[in-house]
Design a protein around this ligand. Structure first.
Ligand code: SF4
Length: 295
């Protein structure tokens, strides 16, 4: 794997309190090889050339350790927003595993986004972190059907395996749920798909599902996505162009109805779906622990 130079690893999050209560964000790798057809991170604005090739960052753990010492406020560090941190290179280089060890040593919490079952390798560390701070894992699942998931997210495990990841995490006491984003207009925006995901999430003991019933499209990301639509879903690009033109936010035509049946199903299963409820729920233990430590 090629390595690129970097000066910083952690960045403070401006909107963390609105987005999973995250205080810092970090990406230990640049680029991602999972090949999701809708990936926003390949948009021109992020300037990641040759996006599908994963690169490491030079001295990433040394830089991270210095930054953790400097901030030292026990906040929650989000990993994997721009690149799945459990990519195939991680199985060899273990930067994520070593970064988790550092977060544990300096008593930080963690919020991980992934689609890969490689996360289960680090269950031992996540369990230890969970005893001391806030831990949340968001597994992205957009399609209940494995065959469809392997078209839209081709280079990572199928959805059924991702439900198993959640089950394993929950058995280990880790707060875990589903990022049901994006919902792709005319591809997976049907009631059958949404309700099947809620049912499977319930069976896996997922704590939450978060969704916005649509997708975003930007320069370059749109070109790549349309190429894949042409390959797998002939005729859809014309529907997109007619309905969305060059818009950034592309909501499902059925977002209102889908949202209603999604919320009803979640309520029936006791699954949280509102961001503020998810944050309050996963952070409640640490609040109690801190209160108890005052006495
Ligand atoms: S896992 Fe995330 S970063 Fe990687 S290709 Fe898929 S959407 Fe993009």
């Amino acid at each position: 794997m090629e390595h690129i130079k970097t000066k910083t690893v952690l960045s403070k999050c401006k909107y963390g309190n609105e987005w999973y209560g995250i205080d810092y964000a970090m990406n230990l790798y640049r680029g991602c090889s999972h090949g999701c057809i809708y990936c926003d991170s390949r948009s021109n604005c992020y300037r990641i050339e040759d996006f599908d090739r994963v690169r490491g960052k030079e001295h990433v753990l040394g830089i991270l350790e210095k930054e953790l010492r400097r901030y030292y406020d026990h906040g929650v560090v989000g990993i994997g927003a721009m690149s799945d941190t459990y990519n195939p290179m991680e199985a060899v280089y273990e930067y994520t595993r070593d970064a988790l060890k550092l977060l544990l040593r300096y008593d930080y919490g963690v919020s991980i986004d992934t689609k890969s079952d490689l996360i289960l390798r680090d269950l031992d560390l996540l369990k230890q972190m969970n005893e001391r701070n806030n831990v949340i894992v968001k597994v992205t699942i957009t399609c209940a059907d494995d065959a469809l998931s392997l078209i839209v997210e081709p280079n990572v495990c199928a959805s059924s395996r991702r439900f198993e990841i959640i089950k394993e995490l929950r058995k280990a006491g880790i707060y875990a749920g589903i990022m049901m984003n994006p919902i792709l207009p005319y591809v997976n925006d049907d009631e059958e798909n949404i309700l099947a995901i809620v049912q499977k999430a319930h069976a896996a003991d997922a704590k939450f599902i978060h969704t916005y019933m649509g997708m975003t499209l930007r320069e370059n990301q749109r070109d790549y996505y349309y190429q894949k639509l042409n390959a797998y879903f002939p005729g859809l690009v014309e529907r997109y162009e007619q309905r969305f033109e060059n818009r950034y936010l592309c909501k499902s035509e059925y977002a209102t109805e889908l949202g209603k049946c999604f919320r009803k199903a979640c309520k029936e299963c006791g699954i949280l779906y509102r961001m503020q409820d998810i944050i309050r729920d996963y952070k409640k233990d640490i609040v109690r622990m801190k209160q108890m430590s005052l006495f």
